[in-house]
Design a binder for this molecule. Structure first.
Ligand code: MLT
Length: 314
């Protein structure tokens, strides 16, 4: 029988709580996905799952912690598109995505929304784009650090609108949202899992969505796409996956993948995701091989885009 790194029998897995490392601050979209997923996986995995937030460096600190964790299946990473964008952004990244992780499966795809502080004078995207060009170089754009989804969306937005903005990084878009609502920053591009409630509650101004099709979520369905608003081809949606350290025994990975697949079919989980504009993955990307192949494609897609933007961190 396969033994885990600590010599425990894989067949007894899990014999203690499993940790989901979330590489951003609590209260943000990654944290939300991880906590909802943990809830839906608990029963099929027949074990406790706890969430630990390890924020910093656009999510790469938390990812590094899991890459170096004991490969026994008890320390997992819930991470988004940053898995594919960070290699092009961080020259001294401490891990190689395709070599230092086992792929447990892809979870969902989440659209993003362009939102502003409640006191922003622009009432719609047309007025916002005029306000942005009248305030070149003075607009504060919040994000969750280099490599974050909010950073990537902001990068594309600035390059397609040819406007330079002042970037204000946070440990996650949870804390960033607090400052946006408070008026400390001007705009942000953030995932619907984090913005739907605030838009419904009238806490922020909402201007557009980043997908090429409008969303059906009631609070978001009247928002135009950036594509139809003049930024032809603007198309960003943020995917989330689950990862284990390289070397985690296959019987353990099989149990984790089976529990993930069961969670993705859980009606309660699907309902929660859809209410927040997210789409649960139902295709082969929920298998380890399909997940890995997809991430490889995303690394090849986003690498050149980011290198062209010339943003690096050492
Ligand atoms: C991001 O912008 O990458 C995420 O929103 C960060 C987070 O989950 O807080």
């Amino acid at each position: 029988a396969a033994l885990t790194a600590t010599g425990a029998l894989a067949q007894d897995f899990p014999s203690k709580p499993v940790t989901f490392v979330v590489p951003f601050a609590a209260g943000g979209p990654t944290d939300k996905v991880a906590r909802d997923l943990a809830e839906a996986m608990r029963k099929p995995l027949n074990g406790q799952i706890i969430v630990e937030n390890v924020a910093g460096a656009g999510g790469t600190l938390g990812a590094t912690k899991v890459a170096k964790a004991s490969p026994d299946g008890y320390t997992l990473l819930v991470y988004h598109i940053g898995m594919a964008t960070s290699p092009a952004l961080y020259r001294n990244l401490q891990y190689k995505p395709l070599e230092d992780f086992e792929f447990v499966g892809l979870v969902n795809e989440v659209p993003m929304t362009l939102i502003g502080r409640p006191s922003l004078p622009a009432k719609n995207y047309a007025e916002l784009s005029k306000w942005l060009s009248d305030n070149k170089g003075k607009v504060n754009l919040a994000n969750a650090g280099l490599g974050a989804a909010s950073h990537l969306c902001g990068l594309l937005f600035q390059s397609m609108t040819k406007t330079e903005m002042v970037t204000v990084p946070y440990k996650g878009t949870g804390p960033a949202m607090t400052d946006l609502i408070g008026g400390q920053v001007d705009i942000m591009c953030d995932q619907t899992t984090n913005t739907t409630g605030q838009i419904e509650g009238g806490k922020v101004k909402a201007y557009a969505v980043t997908t090429t099709k409008r969303l059906s979520t009631p609070a978001l369905k009247n928002l135009p796409t950036l594509d139809e608003s003049g930024l032809k081809g603007f198309d960003v949606s943020i995917w989330h996956g689950v990862y284990a350290p390289k070397g985690t025994p296959k019987p353990v990975l099989d149990k984790l993948n089976a529990a993930l697949k069961a969670a993705l079919k859980d009606g309660e989980f699907i309902k929660r995701e859809e209410a927040l504009g997210a789409v649960v993955v139902t295709d082969d990307r929920t298998s380890p091989a399909g997940h890995k192949k997809f991430v490889e494609g995303e690394i090849n897609k986003w690498g050149p885009v980011i290198k062209a933007a010339g943003t690096y961190a050492d």
